[in-house]
Design a protein around this ligand. Structure first.
Ligand code: EPZ
Length: 456
């Protein structure tokens, strides 16, 4: 029985977005972004829905055969389109509309295997495993390799499924997971390390398991709360969201629903840091501050004012110089690793020094050599970096290495003397919707160019 009368069918609207992630990736690998530094940011920026919630919502929609609808989806992101392509490949009907609405109907899934070609493009594809295993009792997913920011194993996801009775076999580069006869069983799972992905993957699988699952030392990210709230609308019985102990009482089936995706706190934080760097006043529309307290504290200490105005947030810095401050990345509610590179860019232009310590990923300082090429004074020792403020950054040709490193270079370009060009911007297209347009609307001199680089 469908519980979502508003969603009779996936609509056939003309304004849908065509999904061809490979073509899109190829196109953006041939482009670069040119920034002319020296202008303040002033204006209005609409914040998109959170990528790292949206991806998990899409996976969770596979837990039911009923139609599911999401609004405020960042449908233009390449990661979203890659996951949509993967889901289409296994039989999920998807419509992505330009207004940010996404319709998903997983009533005709014909395969429980996520192939290498799509998983290799995006690690988050591994999150299809929990829903497929929970609903169909089996899932085969290509093992994601390491990535530029670290080795990123998935042992915690697999240990969670094992604890629920699943048999896990690793062969030919694939993980094959099979539920016991009668389906997954609830279990008490203590994660030895806080993991966003493992918490989400196991939580999804547990919604359809027999009995209660207790996740201890669970991640507390706002995106997990958003995912849990959407699952509850689908009929899941979940309590403890936002705490280290999440309890899930398995149910026999989930149903359709409509959910509005929470705003992207990392995109919000990135623009806050942009304003801190350039000075000016920007209204960030349709976002919040409560999920960014670990960034807002250090920003205020550095000299930035941030105030909420209804559903908007106004960020302002007058002409006063920024002051250096220390940060250390930690699982939520600590300082987000996804804002570390951007914050480091800000420190390069502060009065005094600031120390940045990265505790989540082992190789997330790849922006450092690029920032140094622009004149930054950064000394790295182990997982800490001392950033001594300089009076000027100089425009240079730099290379994007991962999503957040890429945007940190664009931010540096906004304040550098002269012109900065950032290559390999396909990383940016994975996680920032219309970055160039949003910055341009606030007065930045920025454009996309064809780079002449070819795919490796
Ligand atoms: C999510 O990755 C985000 N990705 C990342 O955002 C984010 O940086 C990260 O959480 C931390 O906040 C998505 O949500 C799609 P983890 P995830 O499992 O779930 C280790 C961005 O820029 N670990 O919390 O993969 C792992 O190696 C991206 O948008 C294990 O050892 O992160 C890391 O050191 C990048 N075994 C730490 O735990 C496991 O089985 C935290 O990783 C799983 C993780």
């Amino acid at each position: 029985m469908s519980h979502s009368p508003a969603l009779k069918q996936t609509p056939d609207t003309p304004d849908f977005i065509v999904i061809d992630p490979h073509k899109a990736m190829l196109a953006s690998s041939l482009e670069k972004i040119k920034v002319q530094g020296g202008t303040q940011l002033n204006g209005v920026i609409p914040i998109s829905g959170a990528k790292n919630a949206a991806l998990k919502h899409m996976c969770a929609a596979m837990l039911t055969g009923d139609p599911v609808q999401f609004t405020n989806m960042p449908v233009y992101l390449k990661d979203i389109q890659t996951l949509a392509a993967l889901m289409k490949e296994i039989g999920v009907a998807m419509t992505l509309r330009s207004d940010g609405t996404m319709f998903i109907n997983a009533s005709k899934i014909h395969s429980t295997e996520a192939p290498y070609d799509l998983v290799r493009r995006m690690r988050a594809s591994v999150l299809v495993m929990g829903p497929l295993l929970g609903r169909f009792g089996e899932a085969t997913v290509s093992l994601p390799g390491g990535c530029t920011i670290g080795s990123r194993p998935i042992d915690l996801h697999l240990d969670g499924f094992r604890a629920m009775g699943a048999e896990i076999i690793l062969e030919d580069g694939y993980v094959r997971a099979k539920a016991p006869v009668g389906g997954l069983r609830g279990a008490k799972i203590m994660f030895p390390k806080v993991s966003v992905g493992a918490t989400e993957n196991v939580m999804m699988a547990a919604t359809l398991a027999k009995g209660e699952t207790i996740l201890m030392n669970a991640a507390r990210e706002p995106e997990i709360i958003d995912q849990g709230e959407a699952l509850i609308k689908m009929g899941a019985k979940i309590s403890g969201l936002g705490t280290p102990e999440i309890r899930i009482e398995g149910v026999s089936a989930l149903h359709g629903m409509t959910h509005d995706v929470l705003p992207d706190r990392i995109e919000t934080g990135t623009f806050m840091i942009g304003v801190a760097l350039t000075g000016g006043t920007v209204r960030l529309q349709h976002t919040r501050t409560d999920f960014l307290t670990s960034l807002i504290g250090p920003l205020q200490k550095a000299g930035v004012t941030i105030e909420e105005d209804g559903a908007d947030v106004i960020v302002h810095r007058n002409g006063k110089p920024l002051v250096g401050t220390d940060i250390m990345t930690e699982p939520y509610p600590g300082f987000a690793t996804d804002l570390q590179a951007q914050f480091m860019t800000m420190l390069t232009m502060c009065n005094g020094a600031g120390m940045v310590t990265e505790t989540i990923f082992e190789n997330r300082f790849m922006h450092v050599p690029e920032l140094r090429r622009m004149g930054a004074d950064i000394a790295v020792q182990g997982n800490s970096a001392i950033v001594r403020g300089v009076t000027k950054l100089k425009g240079a040709e730099v290379m994007a290495t991962d999503l957040r490193a890429s945007v940190s270079l664009i931010l540096a370009g906004l304040v550098a003397d002269g012109e900065t060009t950032v290559d390999r911007i396909y990383h940016l297209d994975r996680g920032y919707e219309n970055l160039v347009g949003k910055l341009e609307a606030c007065g930045a001199t920025i454009e996309r160019l064809s780079s002449g680089l070819h795919e490796e």
